[in-house]
Every structure is written in structure tokens, then in C-alpha cells.
Design a protein around this ligand. Structure first.
Ligand code: ADP
Length: 604
């Protein structure tokens, strides 16, 4: 990576930290400075104290020095504790904002990107890298380290500078010492960078190990997986795999890296102590000749040791920042994924008469990253107010047709027109607001029943109740302890109620009705319903849909008899259209084939 690239990422990284939590960023930096300078207070005052004792100073002066040492150390300690408290609060803010950033990005992405496997993997990977310690948290710790070490270097230099002006130590000795310091720093930095690389390799692999380990432990605690785990006795197997994974990780990575890491720091440590010994000898030699006070000996030795540690720390911070760049880059690459959906600006004409017409003109579609056509040359027109049924075997393209209509994806070829205008030209959010859809894999949330129906925290209770009644949930609702305020599921509330698949489908239907959009689309709306409820939905379908345009996907053909028009899908194409009677009268064809296949269960 080029230096300019490093700077660019660093700048963006600092901007990100500030965006996530200015409090955390500011207070951790201040804390770093305070904790860096704190050790110098006792060093400096102790030297004065020893010199005062050696010089036969009165007891009062000694007491003042002792009090000043304790007092300043205490004050700095208290300041550091206060800053640390503020930093911890900021950390929380950072955590929340970082999570929110993911949510905001997901909402801003094209739906196709969310569904895309590579995007999902990228997101999981960067989230895991954060958990393992990389990207923005790592940058934060590198920056803090950088500031702490810089403050320490300045403080050490200030307290050791006079060493180089001691007359009784010869110049060549001073120069040898300076060279020794430099050599120690270079040797230590070299070996440390090897350790850093080793750890980096370890963490890189750990990202994946963590991913697998998390999945395995989630299986055991996940409510949804709980049934299968118990019935098929999978708990022990999962537990064993989890333990084996941990043990293998320990054997493969931690133990060797710890051992190698320890050995690699050895040369630097030896040199450091040799240097310390040399400094002692020089100072003792100078002290004996009367050129250095006794107190200064301890001061110089401590400060030179701290100086070296700080220089090393600084080199470390820079090295780690450079290593971290590739993680930050990956982090940003996720947030930089563009939303390639063309977002038009035309306003959708609000029509009181709900007179909209929709046309699919030679539409073909392939899911991103796939070769097979999910839809091929689809031509279809339908008018608002009409009830359109979409039928066909599994995988024939029915749901894809709906996803395209709602602009979750754009066609690969062809156009979809609303009142004669390409739907891409309309304002995206406004266009979306035209549709109420109940997908097969709809999702309800662990909030109250009323909020689920209204998809909002505030709602019109009467209207919610009316929608639930139309969706056939009335009887179940009356049995709920807190009515509309009953929380669904027990995720966040012990008073929450668990609901069956069929009940959930009715609530999802009520949510679609509450939205009161001109189009209502139901994808297999009765799949999870019992026969009685299913019959209710069929027979009330016209009143449920009212004057709205309804698209009704079902592979139960009996339910489509009520529709004005039926489109029969087969392998991504529309092979027949017409009313139920017309299609049956046509004799042969896909519709008859499907109808006969089902009829045998009803008549036989
Ligand atoms: P239906 O609703 O009729 O059961 P779908 O519209 O769901 O059928 O699927 C049509 C085809 O598109 C199938 O071959 C299916 O495997 C494929 N498909 C559906 N969703 C995706 C997706 N997200 N990515 C790739 N292929 C998909």
C-alpha cells in the first residue's frame, strides 16, 4: 500500500472514530496523556528528595517534597480515573453508534445487495474483525498508544536531556550510549514486528474460527433451532465440535505463537538490560568524580528506560496502524457499496379512483451472481381494481415476479410500466408506498401486537382492530391478556405470547391491510392456515382486498377461482392467462395439468 493510501485511510479512520463517538475519542486521548506523564512525577520528586537528604536539607523541606510527590501523583491519578469514567461512557456510545451504522447502511442498500451472499459474508467478516480487535477499535487503541508514547518521549527527553551535558562523562561515552539506545530500539522493533506479524496471522485465522464457534454455540441456545437440536440429539455432537475447535485453535495457534513470541522479544530485552547496566556504570563513574548528584542517577536510569519503552511503543503503534489499514479498508469497502438502483424523482400520481395500470413488457430477470433466468420474456397487463392470481409450480418465478413489481430488484431486460411510465422513473420511496405485501417469509417483530400491525410505535387502535378482524384474528385477539398491547414472542418480555404460524400469517395480513396501499399482494397467504381459516380468507378475499388491486399467489388453484385474471407461470415464463373457467375450457395446458393434479385430492 502506498504512503498516500495509508494517510487517506488513517484520515478517514480518525473521522470515523469521531463520528462514532467524539466523547470516547477525546477522553481516551486525554487519559493517555495523563497516564503517560504520571510516572514522571514520583521520579522527578524522588530524585529531588534523595539529593535533599544527601545535601543535609532540613526535615521540613524533605516533608514538603514527600507531600508534593504524593499530592501530585494523587491528583493525576484522580484526573485519570475521571477521564477513564468518561471514556467508558463514550465507549458505550461508540458501540451503539457502530451498530446503528450497520442498520442504517442496510436500509440504504439495494435489496439485491442485502441478499447477495458476498455482501453478507463481507459484513460478517468485518463484524468479526471488530470483535477480534481490528478495524476501528484497533485504530483507536493505536492512536491512544501513539499519543501516550509521544507524551512519554517528550517527558523522558525533558528529564534526560541534562545527561548529555554532564562534563565528567566523556563525549565518546555519551555517543556510545546514544548509539546503544538506537541499536536497542532497532533490534527490539525488528523482533516486535515479527511478533506482530505472527499475531496478525493468528488473528486473521481466528476471525474464521470465531465465526464457526459463534455459530455452533448459537445453535445450542437458539430457540428456533432448539426443537431439532433436541429431537435429533444433536447437542452432544455440537458441544464436541465446539470443544474440538477450541482445542485445535489453542494447539495450532496460541501455544506456538506464545512460545515464539516470548523468544522473539528476548534479544531486545537482553540489550535493554545491558544498556541499563552501562548507564548505571557511567553515572556511578560520574558521581564518584562529583559530576552527578545521587538523586539524578535513579532519575536518569528510570527516564532512559522509559524513553526506550516509549520509542518502542511509538514504533509499535505505527506498525500496528499500518497492519490495521487493510482491516479498515475492508470495513469501509462494505459501507462504500453503492446503491445501484436507479432512483427516479417522478411523483406517483395519487389517484382517488385507484386507477392504476401495470404492464410487464418483455421482462426477463436473473438474480445477481446467477446464470439461470428466473423470469423470461414476461408480458402481462393488469388494471388496478383487478384481482390477479399468479399460479405455478414451486420455482416457476411467482415470487420473483412480485419482487420485481415492488422494485426490490430491477429487471435485467425489459421494463415494468405504471400508468405507461417506467417504474424506475418514480421516486423510490413513494413507489414503494403503493404496495402492501405479505411475503411467504414475512417477519413479525418482538413488539406489541398493535405495533406489529401498524408497523409503528403510535397507532390508531380502532383501525388496527378493524384490520385484525378482517384478517380473521379477532377470536385470538380477544384471548390475549393485554389485547393490542400484548407483546409478541418472549424475546424481550416475559409476558410475551408465542403465536402459531397461521396466527402470524393473519397478523401479517392485518399489517398489509393497515398500510392501506392501493396494491395488496399476498404470496401464499393461506399456506399456514387451517382449512377453516383458509376458507375464510378465500371467501372474504374480495372484501379483504376491497377496491384495491390484488395480486394473489397460490398453488391452491381453488382459491384463484375468485380472481378476475389468472397468470400461469412455468419455468419463469407466463404460459397462460385468463379466467378460471376459460383456462379449464381451453383443455390441456399447464393450468389444467395443475388443476387435475389437485382435483384428484378433492374428488378422489
Ligand atoms: P416461486 O415463487 O414460483 O416458488 P421464485 O420466484 O421464488 O419461485 O424462484 C424462481 C427461481 O429463482 C427459482 O429457480 C429460484 O431457485 C430462483 N431464486 C429465487 N430467489 C433467488 C435468489 N435470491 N437468488 C438466486 N436465485 C433465486
Amino acid at each position: 500500500m502506498k504512503a498516500s493510501e495509508h494517510f487517506r485511510i488513517l484520515k478517514r479512520g480518525i473521522g470515523l472514530l469521531y463520528e462514532l463517538s467524539p466523547t470516547y475519542t477525546a477522553f481516551s486521548m486525554l487519559e493517555a496523556v495523563v497516564s503517560a506523564v504520571t510516572p514522571y512525577v514520583p521520579i522527578w520528586f524522588s530524585a529531588r528528595l534523595v539529593d535533599a537528604v544527601a545535601g543535609g536539607a532540613p526535615a521540613k523541606t524533605l516533608a514538603v517534597y514527600a507531600a508534593l510527590t504524593a499530592g501530585f501523583t494523587f491528583l493525576l491519578g484522580a484526573l485519570a480515573a475521571w477521564l477513564s469514567g468518561r471514556r467508558v461512557v463514550g465507549n458505550e456510545e461508540m458501540y451503539v453508534n457502530a451498530n446503528w451504522r450497520y442498520a442504517a447502511k442496510a436500509m440504504d442498500m439495494a435489496y439485491s445487495s442485502i441478499e447477495d451472499r458476498d455482501t453478507a459474508l463481507l459484513r460478517e467478516r468485518i463484524q468479526n474483525e471488530t470483535r477480534t480487535g481490528y478495524n476501528y477499535y484497533f485504530l483507536q487503541s493505536c492512536l491512544t498508544g501513539f499519543i501516550r508514547c509521544t507524551a512519554q518521549i517528550i517527558a523522558s527527553a525533558a528529564l534526560t536531556l541534562s545527561f548529555f551535558f554532564i562534563d565528567s562523562i566523556r563525549l565518546w561515552m555519551k555517543l556510545t550510549l546514544a548509539a546503544g539506545i538506537l541499536l536497542t530500539v532497532i533490534v527490539s522493533a525488528f523482533f516486535r514486528s515479527r511478533v506482530e506479524k505472527l499475531q496478525n496471522r493468528l488473528f486473521e485465522d481466528l476471525v474464521y474460527v470465531n465465526l464457526q464457534a459463534n455459530r455452533l454455540s448459537e445453535y445450542k441456545t437458539d430457540y428456533a433451532a432448539g426443537k431439532d437440536v433436541r429431537l435429533y440429539g444433536m447437542a452432544e455432537g455440537i458441544g464436541k465440535r465446539y470443544l474440538a475447535l477450541n482445542e485445535a485453535t489453542l494447539r495450532k495457534y496460541f501455544v506456538p505463537s506464545e512460545i515464539t513470541g516470548t523468544f522473539m522479544t528476548f534479544p531486545g530485552k537482553v540489550l535493554e538490560q545491558v544498556l541499563r547496566f552501562a548507564v548505571y556504570m557511567l553515572l556511578i563513574f560520574a558521581a564518584l568524580r562529583g559530576g552527578v548528584s545521587v538523586g539524578s542517577i535513579a532519575r536518569y536510569v528510570s527516564c532512559i528506560a522509559l524513553l526506550m519503552a516509549a520509542v518502542l511503543g511509538l514504533v509499535d503503534s505505527v506498525q500496528r496502524t499500518l497492519v490495521n489499514d487493510k482491516y479498515l479498508k475492508r470495513y469501509f469497502s462494505y459501507f462504500d457499496i453503492p446503491n445501484e438502483m436507479y432512483k427516479g424523482s417522478l411523483t406517483v400520481e395519487k389517484r382517488d379512483d385507484n386507477e392504476y395500470d401495470v404492464e410487464f413488457r418483455d421482462v426477463s430477470f436473473r438474480y445477481p451472481g446467477t446464470q439461470a433466468w428466473a423470469l423470461r420474456h414476461v408480458n402481462l397487463k393488469f388494471k388496478v381494481g383487478e384481482k390477479l392470481a399468479v399460479v405455478g409450480m414451486n420455482g416457476s418465478g411467482k415470487t420473483t415476479f412480485i419482487k420485481l413489481l415492488c422494485r426490490l430488484y430491477d429487471p435485467t431486460e425489459g421494463v415494468i410500466l405504471l400508468n405507461g411510465v417506467d417504474i424506475r422513473k418514480y421516486d423510490y420511496d413513494e413507489y414503494m408506498s403503493l404496495f402492501s405485501v405479505v411475503f411467504q417469509d414475512f417477519k413479525l417483530f418482538a413488539v406489541s401486537l398493535g405495533q406489529n400491525v401498524a408497523a409503528d410505535t403510535g397507532f390508531d387502535r380502532e383501525r388496527v382492530n378493524a384490520c385484525l378482524t378482517r384478517a380473521g384474528f379477532e377470536r385470538r385477539e380477544s384471548a390475549l391478556p393485554k389485547g393490542l398491547d400484548t407483546p409478541l414472542y418472549k424475546d424481550y418480555d416475559k409476558d410475551g405470547v408465542e403465536i402459531s404460524g397461521g396466527e402470524a400469517q393473519k397478523i401479517a395480513l392485518a399489517r398489509a391491510l393497515y398500510k392501506d396501499a392501493p396494491f395488496i399482494i399476498l404470496d401464499e397467504p393461506t399456506a399456514a392456515l387451517d382449512p377453516v381459516s383458509e376458507y375464510e380468507v378465500y371467501s372474504h378475499f374480495n372484501s379483504i382486498a376491497g377496491d384495491k388491486t390484488a395480486v394473489y399467489i397460490s398453488h391452491r388453484l381453488a382459491s384463484c377461482r375468485f380472481c378476475d385474471k389468472i397468470a400461469v407461470f412455468d419455468a419463469g415464463r407466463i404460459v397462460q392467462t385468463g379466467r378460471h373457467e376459460e383456462l379449464l375450457a381451453a383443455g390441456g395446458g399447464k393450468y389444467c395439468e395443475l388443476w387435475n393434479a389437485q382435483a384428484q385430492y378433492y374428488t378422489g
